[in-house]
Design a protein around this ligand. Structure first.
Ligand SMILES: [Zn+2]
Length: 187
């Protein structure tokens, strides 16, 4: 019985559940995010340039499109859902207030598009990083906006070169656990 394989499969299933059961995510290859947060903090009550007209409000059945842009890998995840009833009837400012973590890009009664830049790797990657005890650990973005520890690599930070230590502190993303292990084997 290969427990490591079973464990990996369970981890994969959890990650898939967290994303796909929630409402039809599609992971897409994307260009690096082009819209950067405004460091001065644009007023959220300012209407977006596209789509909005004075007095528009969200209709029942309005399609909400949410795109998460992952800054560390350039991938994006898009989720489309029907507007929840708490949002129906809200105007642009009210909708922006409800979705306070998001930036509304287009606002129309039947379709609202919003996005959020997340400075992490997307859920497709195994990430090597360090915990508070300077132990090298495997992480994965299971929830979209938070990294979860998967396992210890049983290596400690001081075993690595200064350059690798800096990279590990930032987090190094790999396409698979096998790729992360291959990197560890030669560092
Ligand atoms: Zn990614």
């Amino acid at each position: 019985m290969n427990w490591e394989r079973i464990r990996k499969w369970a981890v994969f299933c959890l990650a898939a559940l967290a994303f796909f059961l929630a409402g039809g995510f599609a992971i897409e290859n994307a260009q690096a995010p082009v819209i950067m947060p405004d460091p001065k903090g644009t007023s959220v009550t300012e209407a977006p340039s596209q789509g909005a007209a004075a007095g528009d409000s969200v209709q029942p059945g309005c399609q909400i499109t949410q795109t998460m842009l992952f800054g560390r890998c350039g991938h994006s995840v898009t989720r489309r859902v029907e507007a929840p009833k708490d949002v129906v009837g809200r105007d642009f400012a009210g909708t922006q207030e409800y979705y306070d973590l998001w930036e509304i890009i287009t606002f129309q009664p039947s379709a609202v598009d919003m996005q959020r830049e997340i400075p992490l790797f997307c859920p497709m990657h195994t990430v090597l990083s360090v915990n508070d005890a300077a132990e090298v650990v495997y992480l994965r973005n299971l929830y979209g906006d938070g990294m979860a520890m998967q396992d210890s690599a049983e290596r400690s930070l001081p075993e690595f070169s200064e350059e690798d230590q800096r990279s590990l502190i930032q987090g190094i993303g790999f396409d698979s656990r096998e790729d992360a292990d291959a990197w560890l084997a030669v560092h």
